[in-house]
Design a protein around this ligand. Structure first.
Ligand code: SF4
Ligand code: SF4
Ligand code: FES
Length: 591
């Protein structure tokens, strides 16, 4: 185990690590552009130059000491790049001294020679690594009076990624990502010197299902999202940690919100789940449904239309409807898109309140979506958790999703209670639902099932709730609200941008809609209490505590631990995965 010293701090590291890795392991960030922990080393930006040396030895083999008794360091004749220089026993590294600083200033001056003054109109401004280093490691002056180079702007590298040649600092991160992670090696440098730029190979396009990750890792604004471009300045948004609901992988994400609307999703590092990446499909599809086509309050059918009503009226109405049926005539349908908390309370409602064995949930399998990287064939985020907390067809006498249509046709099932899933999306189920006497549906969006429902109970989307999902690998992960509703607005810690928080009522961006929707478990608790239960869950955390106390696999888990360890594996709360040192690219964009 080599011992090294970085900026006076003695560090024990492992042989084979580079200086930048050893520093990162110990929480020391050495400025860098081209290095990324998820990619191979290219060593071309020179931003990570550091002064290195070794304690000097006298001719008799002893270490030389200065008048204060400190080792005399024999500094190298030139600086070394920290990303490609392996550590060695006794190495002394100076990342802040005069020599290093001079090199950093010089590299920044060099990189900025041809960089356009685009910040006022650049999507990256406010989270840009080049901007940040411009403040921290540059003199802020240029000696370059000549005309700056002009290069191609707005070049489509693929369907989702736009390239601006003038802003590119030729770090090659995008090229290495396409090659090594997306495994679609279609990007390359062309030309030489200050004319160098990025192109796709003739006849190819960068359309990998993971192409948009290059937007995040590009240290400048050279790669922008065609979907997001110019939608918002970064400082106008708030960013909240969450979990992608697009499939059972459970990629960790950040949700970007302005005016109570989601404007973009981006990956959040979790080395045990998605490393630094997420898929394009999720970025493009997993936010618009939170903003659009929402059920904004409870509704009761009268004739051909659904009429908005109060929660009190809707809850009382549902309780009355359910009392009309025998337990065996009621079917309860959980949701693999709902949280563990929601499904647990639904299971309790079915088993102990309604006393029915008819409980199951719909699977969302799509083999075309799966690949050998992150995407899985289960398009729901919580199929594993649903089963674990008790929403599963077990009893031979109970009705399952497979036998539901038959049992409806036999008039054995007369009432169906659906928690959040669009079951009528399947045409054969939709056809059968027409003959059901009572269809009660929790829904966040208008859909084929709400069109047939007798009562619609407005429910939160994943971005508006607090709870947990369990991934395909049995990892329980925590998600929290990013978008405010009438109910959750008062939750402490709900991230809001300054725009949203301090906007006056006549400001353009302070009037985002707060929907009158509730979490599934809240709705179910209110109905259960109308039916004689005495449940007192005050928040999602209290439901989760109940799960941890009653469902063995969750034993020992808590929201605090789930956040601390970025998820815990079922049955292994007492032996969490190690917490790796998190890579933070730079302060303005900490992911
Ligand atoms: S486009 Fe961005 S990631 Fe690609 S080489 Fe240029 S600066 Fe680096
Ligand atoms: S792989 Fe699955 S969980 Fe990950 S971002 Fe894509 S859809 Fe979401
Ligand atoms: S980060 Fe080391 S040369 Fe670019």
């Amino acid at each position: 185990m080599p011992q090294i010293t970085i900026d006076g701090q003695r560090i024990e590291t492992s042989a084979g690590k580079t200086i930048i890795e050893a520093a990162l392991d110990n929480g020391i960030n050495i400025p860098h552009f081209c290095w990324h922990p998820g990619l191979s080393v290219s060593g071309n930006c020179r931003m990570c130059l550091v002064n290195t040396g070794f304690p000097r030895k006298a001719t008799d083999g002893s270490f030389e000491r200065d008048e204060n008794g400190n080792s005399v360091i024999g500094w190298g004749p030139k600086l070394a790049i920290a990303c490609a220089t392996p550590v060695a026993e006794g190495m002394v590294i100076d990342t802040k001294g005069e020599r290093t600083e001079h090199a950093q200033n010089a590299v920044m001056e060099f990189l900025l020679i041809n960089h356009p003054l685009d910040c006022p109109i650049c999507d990256e401004a406010g989270q840009c690594k080049l901007q940040e280093y411009g403040f921290l490691h540059s003199k802020g002056q240029s000696r370059y009076d000549e005309q700056k180079n002009q290069k191609d702007k707005r070049v489509e590298l693929g369907p989702n990624v736009l390239f601006d040649g003038e802003r590119c600092i030729s770090c090659s991160r995008c090229i290495r990502f396409a090659d090594e992670v997306a495994e679609q090696p279609v990007l390359t440098f062309v030309q030489r010197g200050d004319h160098v730029t990025i192109e796709t190979f003739p006849g190819t396009t960068f359309d990998s299902p993971y192409s948009m990750n290059v937007i995040d890792i590009c240290p400048v604004g050279a790669l922008t999202s065609i979907d997001f471009r110019f939608t918002s300045r970064v400082w106008e948004m708030s960013f909240t940690d969450s979990i992608c609901p697009g499939c059972s992988r459970g990629c960790n994400i950040k949700i970007g919100v302005r005016n109570n609307e989601i404007l973009r999703l981006e990956p959040r590092t979790n080395m045990h789940v998605n490393q630094y990446w997420m898929c394009d499909d999720a970025r493009l599809t997993q936010y618009k449904f939170v903003n659009e086509n929402r059920v904004t309050s409870p509704m009761i059918r009268s004739g051909n239309s659904l009429t908005p009503t109060s929660w009190e009226t809707a809850i009382a109405h549902v309780a009355k409807l359910l009392q009309k049926y025998k337990p065996s005539e009621i079917m309860i349908i959980g949701s693999a898109c709902g949280t563990n908390e929601d499904n647990y309370v639904l299971g309790k409602f079915a088993h102990s309140t309604l006393k029915t064995h008819n409980i199951d949930f719909l699977r969302h399998l799509d083999n075309n979506f799966a690949d050998n990287f992150l995407r899985t064939n289960d398009r729901a985020p919580n199929s594993h958790g649903v089963v674990e907390v008790g929403v599963k067809h077990e009893s031979s006498s109970g009705v399952s999703m497979d036998s539901l249509i038959e049992r409806i046709k036999q008039h054995a099932i007369k009432a169906i209670y659906v928690m959040g899933d669009d079951i009528a999306e399947k045409s054969e189920i939709a056809a059968a639902l027409g003959s059901v006497e009572c269809l009660i549906v929790h829904a966040s969006n208008h859909n084929a099932t709400t069109a047939l429902a007798h009562v619609v109970l407005a429910s939160t989307a994943y971005a508006e709730l607090e709870g947990t999902f369990t991934t395909m690998n049995k990892r329980v992960q925590y998600l929290q609200p990013a978008v405010a509703t009438v109910e959750n607005e008062r939750i402490a810690g709900l991230e809001m941008s300054r725009w949203d928080k301090f906007g006056a009522s006549n400001d353009r961006w302070a009037r985002g809609e707060r929907r009158n929707c509730r979490q599934h478990w809240q709705i179910i608790q209110d109905i259960a209490n109308q039916l004689g239960e005495d449940w007192h869950y005050s928040n999602s955390e209290s439901v989760f505590k109940d799960i941890a106390n009653h469902v063995g696999a969750f034993s020992g888990m808590s929201y605090d631990l789930l956040q601390e360890f970025q998820g815990l594996t079922l049955g292994k709360a007492d032996s969490p995965d190690p917490k790796p040192m998190m890579y933070k690219s730079h302060r303005l964009k900490p992911n």
